[in-house]
Design a binder for this molecule. Sequence first.
Ligand code: NAP
Length: 247
Amino acid sequence: MGVEGKKALVTGASRGIGRAVSVALAAAGADVAINYSSDSGGAEETLRMVREKGVDAFIARADVSEYEGASSMFKDILARWGRLDILVNNAGITRDQLLARMKPDDWDSVLRVNLTGAFNCARLAARPMMRNRWGRIVNMASVAGIAGNPGQVNYSAAKAGLIGMTRTLARELGPFGVTVNAVAPGLVETGMIRDIPAKAKEDLMSRIPLGRVATVDDVAGSVMFLASDAGSYVTGHVLVVDGGLTA
Ligand code: NAP
């Protein structure tokens, strides 16, 4: 796929989509830095699964929403590999609540992790990628950032911001051989959707033409397309992976 020997960082890789992306990158021959902020057991399990593919891998712990922490993670990565080729900005959280009940802290924390975290890592990755005249940045957005979703004003604003960031960075970094794209999943079977009330989930399911939620591998496949040679002329794009939910 053209990612053999490439050096990749996947944020939020201790479970869910980030773990699946890490394993898919490793299966295609990329070395992987596995980021997480608190779930050390999950990160260890991802590390084990990635190493099974025979590539170089290590855990790069940092809260991506803190610039200093993200910066020291990048120092470690560059000290080990001397470069970074692929960045998957996947770390994300939800703190759902209708507007009137949403606490300002819930607004702040979702913006900080989902949007500022991606900005921090993109900023730190840009220079080494530009220097090499090659790079791939894939941002994990959501259909909530395109269509909006009641109860997710913080999350949808963060993901819409991420889409704006993707388009701007595609223009800024394209001349240096760096592509920047977003993947926008619909409903994916991970811990993140565990707390959606059964009725709301049923309602959503009934509107998915493909009749099922996405697996983490469905999403990882799209990330791989954008990170691989197959996607080398695609930049500034938002790849919707929602089984037709927003079609
Ligand atoms: P998940 O299973 O809850 O995993 C989230 C990951 O993000 C975990 O590894 C978590 O690790 C990490 N994380 C959270 N805060 C972090 C921080 N401050 N710094 C570093 N890592 C952090 O969620 P998921 O469903 O796989 O979601 C992954 C991405 O896909 C998110 O951006 C999410 O918004 C997006 N997405 C998900 C769905 C869905 O239906 N599941 C749909 C659309 C988009 P720690 O707990 O160790 O920090």
